[in-house]
Design a binder for this molecule. Structure first.
Ligand code: 5AD
Ligand code: FES
Length: 350
């Protein structure tokens, strides 16, 4: 049976919910190795050996949401909150540009001080100074009008992880938030024309194989351009401090399966993987991931952007991250790609 399922994954990029659960229950180390190898083969069909670099700028850690897992939740009084100014953000982008990056991700908590007007101004400034760079926003749920205005201002991509495709699990982790609204944001972003990123955490409390199968099938159906999958890491100042959290191994299996079910996706080897295991990101690349996101935030604020604890790269200069990641990519047998790194279906970027 496992042979049949592996074959179906590789040849047809398809499995049913029952098949996925069966596969996860019967996965031996040998099948796991074959799964990873097939994921790597598949990624090569679309992106060869390239690993895309995206400079990450964490510009505000204020958040109006209260997600149970997140260290930046509004109920955590121990976070020293910060906001970068527009000119700080531009300086980060410039530093990244000088290091060769042509793709920037601007990420923050859900901070409504960054109004539509201010965000338009930031995106317009970066685009006018660096017209050959792609901009990705990762700033949470906003109105359709906001998403349209930012797209018209030149934003290329938007990351909004669905976090979990199970309505009941979603609702238990996100007080005051609506599962339907989150999913509808993803559809709106897609309809507007953004390259969209979705994704989920592995090892959430109460998460079963059935839930994970739902996550994978949700991704297959949405067919986002980007997929971020990382282990949940409990944070000691959140209600989930006693939770067990996700493992590198389980996350690798999800990365490989997502690669096979959505073969053309751009998938990061996440910082959370590097945090749990010093070679976690390399392992992710060898399980089908093909993006890395070096930190470009100013060193003085990096420690304050703690979604979870012991996050790596918090003390490093931008240039240090670049060299470190390049070594890791090359040592894993891949090639560094500094271009915008559009999805392979995008023929002529905006
Ligand atoms: N562990 C791992 N990932 C987390 N995120 C938030 N909190 C944690 C945590 N404790 C992830 C969420 C969010 C992304 C920016 O970081 O999936 O979408
Ligand atoms: Fe929701 Fe930070 S409080 S991701």
């Amino acid at each position: 049976m496992m042979e049949v399922l592996l074959n179906k994954l590789y040849e047809q990029n398809e499995l049913t919910q029952e098949d996925i659960v069966y596969f996860l229950e019967h996965l031996t180390p040998e099948y796991q190795k074959r799964l990873f190898d097939l994921a790597v083969e598949t990624r090569k069909k679309f992106y060869n050996k390239s690993v895309f670099m995206r400079g990450l700028i964490e510009f505000s850690n204020y958040c109006k949401q209260d997600c149970l897992y997140c260290g930046l939740r509004r109920s955590n009084p121990h976070v020293e909150r910060y906001r970068l100014s527009e000119s700080d953000i531009l300086d980060c982008a410039e530093e990244g540009y000088n290091l060769g990056y042509r793709s920037f991700v601007l990420q923050s908590g859900e901070d409504f001080r960054f109004t539509e007007e201010l965000m338009i101004s930031i995106v317009t400034s970066i685009k006018s100074r660096f017209p050959d760079a792609a901009i990705t926003l990762s700033i949470g749920e906003r109105s359709e009008a906001f998403y349209r205005a930012l797209y018209d201002a030149g934003t290329d991509r938007y990351l909004l992880r669905h976090e979990t495709a199970s309505r009941s699990l979603y609702e238990s982790l996100h007080p005051g938030m609506s599962f339907d609204h989150r999913i509808s944001c993803l559809h709106v972003l897609k309809d507007i024309g953004y390259q969209v990123g979705a994704g989920f955490m592995v090892g959430l409390p109460g998460q079963t194989h059935n839930h994970l199968a739902e996550d994978l099938l949700f991704l297959k159906e949405l067919h986002p351009e980007m997929i971020g999958i990382g282990p949940f890491i409990p944070h000691s100042e959140t209600p989930l401090k006693e939770a067990v959290g996700g493992t590198v191994q389980d996350t690798l299996v999800m990365i490989a399966m997502a690669r096979l079910l959505v073969p053309d996706a751009l998938m990061p080897a996440t910082t959370a993987m590097g945090t749990l295991d010093p070679t976690g990101r390399e392992k992710a690349l060898r399980a089908g991931a093909n993006v890395v996101m070096p930190n470009l935030s100013p060193p003085k604020v990096r420690e304050k952007y703690a979604l979870y604890e012991n996050k790596i790269c918090t003390g490093d200069e931008a240039s240090h991250c670049r060299t470190c990641l390049e070594m890791r990519i090359i040592a894993s047998g891949y090639e560094i790609e500094l271009s915008r790194g559009d999805h392979c279906r995008v023929i002529s970027p905006k």
